[in-house]
Every structure is written in structure tokens, then in C-alpha cells.
Design a protein around this ligand. Structure first.
Ligand code: FES
Length: 318
């Protein structure tokens, strides 16, 4: 855990502020890779994940950008209303669940709204590595488009493209047309709100799995509802290392049941988006509700913060 000082807060666009975080003694911060995020203990006691959006070579500060979500669970509101320059903030060291693949022939980066944050960092890395890329950044209107000045030269050089739909996705960027043609060596990276993610995933359904990379942010309301109903049956899980048999009560997540039994299990987002709670399983048929595991991984691992137990006893490698 790091305790950092908020050195500055910058208005980036309507509803979006960025926070520059530094070591209070001016020391270099732990290095990070493009796509990395930090867990932030936001004022009021919540923990939220925010992508680092400045260049990965920079060690003097971390920058995160936060969209104030008035309908959200309170994390972004607390960041906007509860923080002033000079305040201290506890954050984790950077972790990367959304890394760039080396040696791609061409990289297609698609951002929806505040989903631009990890892609800003990737763009810097790709430029440094002289890699081929194009960035498409979809927002409602220019006023809600963060980092416009930073992207200016890329826009002028036809490397970045800003798309505004005026609030109606039908008037927006034609994602399906962009992704229609897949060629060997291409890689796709995307991040944005649930509707945007669904549109991109559908449009890239014919791309090979190894070429498609994404990161969710915010909780999909459909997932929240699923989490509640999937844990509703109340079944048992067994922990292989201790041979403990644990009841998962109706409405309880597997993660909560494990912890209630006194067994430690790491977690972060608790929404199926970060992969921190990944656990191997040996038998049973979990209902996967996450956004992280590939189809191949699902036969071996389960994200216990959001998975349903299924009807058979689940045997976990814990
Ligand atoms: S804690 Fe993030 S996916 Fe489970």
C-alpha cells in the first residue's frame, strides 16, 4: 500500500477530473506498464480501481481520471467532492490486467467515454515503441471528451479519431464496419461503459480470442442483478487444502462465504472485472458471471466474487 499526496486536480472535461498523485517525500513511484490500474481507497471507505493514464515511463507521479457518476455507488462522487489538492490518499501498487501484446502488426484501440484512461497510457507506449496503431475515442460531444489537447497531434496525424454521437449511439462511430476485417497480427483493445463493450464484443465476435483484449469499468446493472440471483440457491463448496465444507447462503457470494469461514481470499473490485479473486477449481460447474476469464480459463478457474455455485458442490483450490 502506498500513501500518496494529491498534488493537483485538473478539469479534463465535463464531469471528468484527473488527479495527480505523488510521493510526499518526492521519491520515485513503483514502475508500471501500459494498461495498469491502482486500487484507490476513496474518501468514505470505498475501494475503486482507476487506470493510470500518463506515460508508463513516468515515475514522478501517477495520474488517474475519474468521471463523476451521479447514479453510481458513490466512489466517483467521493473522489470529486471529497478530495482537495494536498490531501493524502492510500493506493495499491499498480497491477496490470490489461497489458499490451508485444510485436503486433497493428493495434486497434477503441475507447468509450472514460474508458479512454488505460488507452491513453497504451498510446504513449505504442508511440515509444514505434508500433502501428489507431485510436478511436467515442464520446457524446467535444465538451465531454477528456485529454483533447494531449490527443491533438495524434488527431492531426490521423492516428487518433474522435467520434461524437450527440447522445444517440445510432449516430456514432460504426464499430462493426471498423472491425469487419481481421488480419493476422492485429490486436484489439477496448474499454468503456457496458453498452459500448457489448457493441464492440459483438462486432469483434469473429476475431480470434487471443487478439481481443478489454477491460470493464463500472458495474453492469445486469451483472449486479445476476449476482444476486445466482447466489440465491444456497449450496455448498469444499476447500481442498483444509477439506472444509462451507455453506453458501442464499444471496451470499462464494467470496463472502469463504471469508466467513475464516479463510483469506484476495479481492478488489468484487464485481467480476479485475480478476483478483481468481481461484482454481477441481470439480463442480460454476456459473461464470465475470468479464475477465477467457472461455479456456473458465474450465479451470472461477472468480469467486461474482460466480454462481451451480448445483454441484464446487471444489476449490483453497
Ligand atoms: S474481485 Fe475483481 S473480479 Fe473478483
Amino acid at each position: 500500500m502506498l500513501t500518496l499526496r494529491v498534488r493537483s486536480i485538473t478539469y479534463e472535461a465535463e464531469g471528468i477530473r484527473s488527479f495527480e498523485l505523488v510521493d510526499p517525500d518526492g521519491k520515485d513511484l513503483p514502475a508500471f506498464e501500459a494498461g495498469a490500474h491502482i486500487d484507490v481507497s476513496v474518501p468514505g471507505g470505498l475501494t475503486r480501481q482507476y487506470s493510470l493514464c500518463d506515460s508508463p515511463g513516468i515515475r514522478t507521479h501517477y495520474r488517474i481520471a475519474v468521471l463523476e457518476d451521479l447514479a453510481g455507488r458513490g466512489g466517483s462522487k467521493a473522489m470529486h467532492a471529497g478530495l482537495r489538492a494536498g490531501d493524502m490518499l492510500n493506493v495499491s501498487v499498480p497491477r496490470n490486467l490489461f497489458p499490451l501484446k508485444k510485436g503486433a502488426q497493428h493495434n486497434v484501440l477503441l475507447a468509450g467515454g472514460i474508458g479512454i484512461t488505460p488507452l491513453m497510457c497504451m498510446v504513449d507506449q505504442l508511440q515509444q515503441d514505434r508500433q502501428s496503431f489507431e485510436l478511436h475515442y467515442c464520446t457524446q460531444k467535444p465538451e465531454r471528451t477528456a485529454f483533447r489537447s494531449r490527443l491533438q497531434s495524434l488527431v492531426a496525424g490521423d492516428k487518433a479519431f474522435l467520434h461524437h454521437d450527440g447522445g444517440d449511439p445510432k449516430n456514432g462511430f460504426d464499430i462493426a464496419a471498423k472491425l469487419e476485417k481481421y488480419e493476422e497480427g492485429m490486436h484489439l483493445y477496448f474499454c468503456g461503459p457496458p453498452g459500448f463493450m457489448k457493441a464492440v464484443r459483438n462486432a469483434a465476435a469473429h476475431w480470434p480470442e487471443h487478439a481481443v483484449h478489454y477491460e470493464y469499468f463500472g458495474v453492469d446493472p445486469a451483472l449486479s442483478a445476476k449476482l444476486e440471483s445466482s447466489a440465491a440457491e444456497g449450496v455448498q463448496i469444499r476447500l481442498a487444502k483444509s477439506d472444509k465444507l462451507i455453506n453458501v447462503e442464499p444471496g451470499q457470494t462464494i467470496l463472502a462465504a469463504i471469508r466467513q469461514a475464516g479463510v483469506e481470499c484476495e479481492s478488489s473490485c468484487e464485481s467480476g472485472m479485475c480478476g483478483t479473486c481468481k481461484v482454481r477449481y477441481f470439480s463442480g460447474k460454476p456459473e461464470h458471471n465475470d468479464y475477465v476469464l477467457t472461455e479456456e480459463e473458465k474450465s479451470e478457474y472461477v472468480l469467486v466474487c461474482c460466480a454462481g455455485t451451480g448445483t454441484e458442490t464446487l471444489l476449490l483450490d483453497l
